[in-house]
Design a protein around this ligand. Structure first.
Ligand code: C2O
Ligand code: CU
Length: 501
């Protein structure tokens, strides 16, 4: 089916803290067995007496898996435990398809931006330069790092045009993550500022190949990105695009594979608003990971419900030759009717070998720790119509345009287990995202809640409640917001404080 949607989908389916030192004492627990690595230990003639012993103590590292998807960021640091990259954001002409270029934004001239890959426990150093003509930050979505490295414009003074900032943290957990701005995000992300960040397990499971998929949609008006927040439906439901993008491309090149291959696919929904419903045709697959990394019990399913912000890792088994398709089932308006239509967002051509896929050994993942719930918090999500248009709120509070509202919604103590009831009082759905912590979703039979594993984003359907259990183990001031970027821009943005214990 043609990829340009004929009609828009209006209803969702379904202080200056610019220090550069990492702060390990306040950061999340890092595997004690991973030796701390001096930033300059890898300099060839660094006369640091313990540089060599540190290296010698490190067991031989298996090479990182290759990733098929957006081009990788260049690692400028030879130390295998340090990923050091340069990123610059700038206005750019983004090519969505041959002959189809839009005026957008990008990191290092590519959209999606370069994929960062590291190993759990590695240091990540990102020298960021803002070449845009507006302020920005980078948020590392899903990484439980110290709050002053989190890209929150309430903590980090946004990086002004022409300025630089160094993000420096340790990758606390393995998983599929992504990065994006947290200033005027509804526009900057839509225009092309987003990328993936892959943190590999200490001993990564060995697949034939790993593919990364940043799944997006954008709203074009001719060959221009349509005006922001200009329509009532966009204010109500978020901005649903009319063009689907896979790794920034309308027609991504077909992949190739062989019968018998077993691959790891890492998916992230980078759209502003659209919840995606996904299936795979021509291969068998199961879910092996989500926002917080690999899950305890992989499971099979026909459909993946992927709200904006969330991730899924899939194990895809090519058990017969032919075309394998990743399909996005999209609600479209045809005449008077809203109907679901399949759009192929990626094809992989599998050649015959007569071989059968062999099982891939996955590391044993303990069940998430479930402590006694010490507190129950209720967060109501609602909207109000004002003279200036629609405003969105959390517990009746409007986060304001620049999210500078400073009253925290809640203050918890580090280490507390908190039950949070997300009570959506309005029709539109809200993918609620909490920075800095993971949570589990209490399953209640709906696809929005049958999502095992550790999450950082949960879809709260219209006029309904969803309960999550969060382990507040990362102290700091954390943004809590709707990941429909228009809702966040229109007020659905708050702060939760976790006090160090
Ligand atoms: Cu991906 Cu606060 O967001
Ligand atoms: Cu919302």
């Amino acid at each position: 089916m043609h990829r340009f949607l004929l009609a828009l989908l209006l209803f969702g389916c379904g202080e200056d803290t610019s220090k550069t030192d990492p702060t390990p004492d306040t950061g999340p627990a890092v595997d004690a067995e991973i030796p701390a690595v001096e930033l300059d230990a890898a300099a060839p003639d660094a006369a640091l007496p313990d540089a060599a012993p540190v290296d010698a103590a490190v067991p031989e590292l298996a090479p990182l898996p290759g990733l098929i998807g957006a081009a990788l960021a260049e690692d400028t640091n030879p130390d295998p435990h340090v990923l050091e990259v340069n990123l610059h954001a700038s206005a750019s002409a983004n090519t969505l398809a041959p002959g189809r270029t839009i005026e957008g934004m990008s990191y290092n001239g590519q959209s999606p931006g370069p994929t960062l890959q590291a190993r759990v426990g590695d240091e990540i150093v990102v020298h960021f330069t803002n070449d845009l003509n507006e302020p920005t930050t980078i948020h590392w979505h899903g990484l439980r790092i110290p709050d002053d490295m989190d890209g929150s414009p309430r903590i980090q003074t946004p990086v002004a045009p022409g300025e630089t900032f160094t993000y420096h943290f340790i990758a606390p957990e393995a998983g599929t993550f992504w990065y994006h701005p947290h200033v005027r995000a509804n526009a900057q992300v839509e225009l092309g500022l987003y990328g993936m960040l892959i943190v590999h397990e200490a001993t990564p499971p060995v697949f034939t190949a790993e593919r990364t998929f940043a799944l997006d949609d954008i709203l074009l008006n001719g060959d221009r990105v349509a005006a922001f927040l200009a329509s009532f439906p966009e204010q109500m439901h978020g901005r649903n695009g009319n063009v689907l993008l896979t790794n920034g491309q309308i027609e991504p090149a077909d992949g190739t594979a062989a019968e018998g291959d077993v691959e790891r696919w890492r998916l992230v929904n980078t759209a502003n608003a659209r919840t995606m419903s996904l299936s795979i045709e021509g291969a068998s697959f199961r879910v092996i990971g989500t926002d917080g990394g690999l899950i305890t019990e992989p499971y099979e399913t026909d459909r993946i419900l992927l709200p904006v912000g969330q991730r899924y890792d899939l194990e895809v088994r090519y058990d017969h030759p032919g075309a394998v398709r990743l399909i996005s089932h999209v609600l479209v308006l045809e005449g008077e009717n809203v109907v679901e239509r399949p759009f192929t967002v990626q094809t992989v051509n599998v050649r015959a070998t007569g071989l059968a896929p062999q099982p891939v050994a996955l590391p044993a993942i303990p069940r998430p720790a479930r402590g006694r719930v010490e507190e129950t918090a209720i967060i109501t999500l609602d909207g109000v119509q004002t003279a200036d248009g629609v405003r969105w709120r959390l517990n009746g509070m409007d986060g304001g345009a620049e999210h500078m509202h400073m009253e925290p919604l809640f203050t918890f103590q580090q280490g507390e287990y908190v039950r949070i009831i997300l009570d959506n009082k309005a029709g539109p759905e809200h993918p609620f995202h909490l920075h800095g912590q993971f949570f589990e979703i209490l399953p209640d039979g709906r696809p929005e809640t049958e999502q095992p594993g550790l999450k950082d984003t949960v879809l709260v359907p219209g006029l309904s409640r969803v309960t999550i259990f969060a382990h507040m183990d990362n102290p700091g001031r954390w943004m809590a917001h709707c990941h429909i970027l228009e809702h966040a821009a229109l007020g659905m943005m708050a702060e939760i404080v976790v006090e160090p214990r």
